[in-house]
Design a protein around this ligand. Structure first.
Ligand SMILES: [Zn+2]
Ligand SMILES: [Zn+2]
Length: 333
């Protein structure tokens, strides 16, 4: 067969077989001068493959490949084009348009991180230190993080779903020596943050405000967990006594919520000794609610959910009782 006869046959094969053989594919142009096929896995995993037959001697010379995408970073598309060129070279000698398109579709299936490669690069560069470990399981879309701060550690698993970024990442805690409450809260907070990235708030947008768009959640959630929680808490002072709220040795962590050295996580993001916050909540001023000495935000916590008026009354009662005791002590001495 002459080269042009081979090309004609390939183009007709492409028209009749492409959509049925390559999931999510759509032939845009099918012409001896150029082939353009769009391959869609999800709204964000979508690319256009441009193929050009070599000037002479197809299929003994490889087809020329270019990959473009609006959602996958250019850097990644270029790298992937290089891999495809190598694959095309291996297939020289027989027609290889459909094989190359199948290879590209498989790449989309096997690499769920294509849509978050920039976020992943940021995490590796900015959030992970030499002490930490990060592992990625491409096919499963799972990122495992092992973070260490002083003697504390957290092992986390982040799963990037197929429909990412329209669906949020999920976070699981594999192991940690943080206090129990913190372990639960890390996952709860991360899940909530990720959800808010993709679900519109209940409040309708004001007129003129742009409609809600789902946003990528991976970098956002990992950055919060690493910077605002895991690296911060073990060395953060208790706002009342100014000593570290966490014990230096994780084995001294107290999981009894009534113990004075039990660590409480407040809504403002500060951590207190249970005994310190308990005492602090009982002394005035109470007007407008008790405020965090370190950030000035009002202290909200289920355990100290007392109205300012009631605290005032209790304080007055406590003071009166103390005066009575003092008078008796004075009288007796
Ligand atoms: Zn304290
Ligand atoms: Zn605070």
């Amino acid at each position: 067969m002459t080269s042009s006869a081979v090309i004609e046959k390939e183009l007709s094969d492409l028209r009749s077989k492409c959509t049925s053989q390559i999931e999510g594919s759509e032939v845009i142009t099918c012409h001896p001068a150029q082939i353009r096929v769009q391959i869609t896995k999800t709204k964000y995993k979508k690319l256009v493959v441009c193929l050009q037959f070599p000037a002479d001697g197809y299929p003994s010379n490889a087809i020329v490949i270019e990959i473009k995408s609006k959602t996958i970073p250019e850097r990644l598309c270029n790298g992937f084009t290089t891999i495809c060129d190598a694959e095309a070279k291996k297939l020289c000698g027989k027609p290889h348009v459909l094989d190359i398109l199948l290879f590209i579709r498989k790449f989309l299936d096997d690499n769920p991180f294509t849509v978050c490669s920039d976020e992943l690069a940021f995490i590796k560069k900015e959030l992970i230190t030499d002490n930490d470990e990060i592992k990625t399981k491409q096919k499963a879309g799972v990122i495992t993080l092992h973070l260490k701060v002083q003697e504390y550690f957290v092992k986390l698993k982040c799963k990037v779903p197929n429909e990412y970024p329209e669906h949020p990442i999920s976070v699981e805690l594999d192991d940690s020596n943080f206090p129990g409450l913190f372990k639960t809260m890390f996952v709860a907070q991360a899940t909530e943050l990720a959800r808010r990235r993709v679900q519109p708030p209940l409040k309708k947008p004001k007129p003129g405000e742009p409609p809600f768009e789902p946003k990528p959640s991976l970098r956002h959630v990992v950055e919060y967990l690493v910077k605002d929680c895991i690296r911060r808490f073990p060395v953060l002072p208790c706002p009342v006594c100014k000593e570290r709220a966490f014990p230096k040795k994780p084995e001294h962590v107290i999981n009894d919520p009534k113990s004075g050295r039990h660590v409480e996580w407040m809504y403002c993001g500060h951590v207190y000794h249970h005994g310190c916050v308990d005492a602090y909540m009982k002394i005035p001023p109470f007007t407008g609610g008790k405020k965090c000495p370190d950030c000035g935000k009002r202290i909200y916590h289920d355990k100290w959910n007392i109205a300012p008026k009631l605290s005032e009354d209790r304080w007055a009662h406590e003071q009166a009782r103390q005066r009575e005791i003092d008078e008796v002590v004075e009288f007796l001495s």
